[in-house]
Write a new protein. Structure first.
Length: 274
């Protein structure tokens, strides 16, 4: 098992874990606020392949790096033997406030993508901290490939895949809003500079920290389950030519209490500028 513990302001705020042979990918769980409120979920009964905060893609050249069933056009969700694994290669850096990691995305014994992942934490206030998560996916092979989603394979509205955060399920669904819109239906599938999810005593504010990341639409669920993702292939496949690299950076504000729109925006400005 590979593990990294992250601390902020002298308090543990996240554990990063990969269990080879058990988990398809490394993930952050538990992630907590500075007051200790948990804001991630691991293997919930409704979606046992949801693993805290991670990078997961349902279709990499036909291989499933998300978990669960694969959506097949004209057939629907189907159990297939097509699952890939994100294999930890090694740490380039590992400190209490962050790490740099190399990963190999492999399926059928072949490396499809090589990932360089950087994760860092920073204190924003006595009640908020930021998780800065960037990843680059390089196609080091000789063949072009592409990333897809259930939406690109025929399921409308299911464009998930990329950075994804599964939040805890509570008695009431969390509130969700962006800088101008409110509610799951309004924000799902749209691009926005930032998006907030506010639950019982906690708020998460997700922000794209590069122009390319900000162009990716948000995948949002609150009613069925609480989860937010930044979609790499929301409505069309994302090509990764031989020798090309896809780079994305998401900064997540983890705050105690329920932030309003103005407070969420202020935290994002500070977090992305840090």
């Amino acid at each position: 098992m590979t593990t990294a513990l992250l601390s902020c302001a002298g308090r543990p705020v996240a554990r990063y874990t990969c269990r080879p042979g058990t988990d398809s990918r490394p993930y952050l769980h538990p992630v907590t606020t500075l007051a200790g409120v948990p804001v991630t979920e691991e293997r919930p009964a409704d979606h046992v392949h949801h693993l805290g905060a991670s990078v997961a893609v349902p279709d990499v050249a036909g291989h499933n790096f998300w978990g669960g069933r694969t959506y097949v056009r004209g057939q629907g969700p189907t159990a297939l033997d097509n699952h890939g694994t994100q294999r930890h290669i090694g740490w380039k850096l590992r400190d209490p406030d962050g790490f740099v990691e190399e990963l190999s995305w492999e399926a059928d014994g072949i490396e499809l993508l090589r990932e360089h992942r950087t994760v860092a934490v920073a204190e924003l206030s006595s009640a908020a901290w930021a998780l800065d998560f960037s990843f680059s996916l390089a196609n080091r092979g000789t063949d072009d490939l592409s990333l897809g989603s259930p939406a690109t394979n025929g399921r409308p509205g299911a464009g998930y895949g990329g950075f994804f955060w599964r939040a805890p399920k509570e008695a009431e669904p969390p509130a969700v809003f962006s800088g101008t819109l409110d509610g799951e239906e309004a924000v799902h599938g749209r691009a926005a500079d930032w998006l907030a999810l506010a639950g019982d005593g906690w708020t998460l504010v997700f922000a794209g920290a590069t122009d390319e990341t900000r162009r990716d639409p948000w995948f949002v669920r609150t009613t069925e389950y609480p989860g937010v993702g930044s979609s790499l292939a929301a409505d069309r496949r994302l090509p990764v030519a031989a020798g090309a690299t896809v780079v994305r950076r998401i900064v997540t504000v983890v705050a105690d209490g329920r932030l309003d729109r103005d407070a969420a925006a202020a935290h994002v400005r500070k977090a992305v500028a840090s």
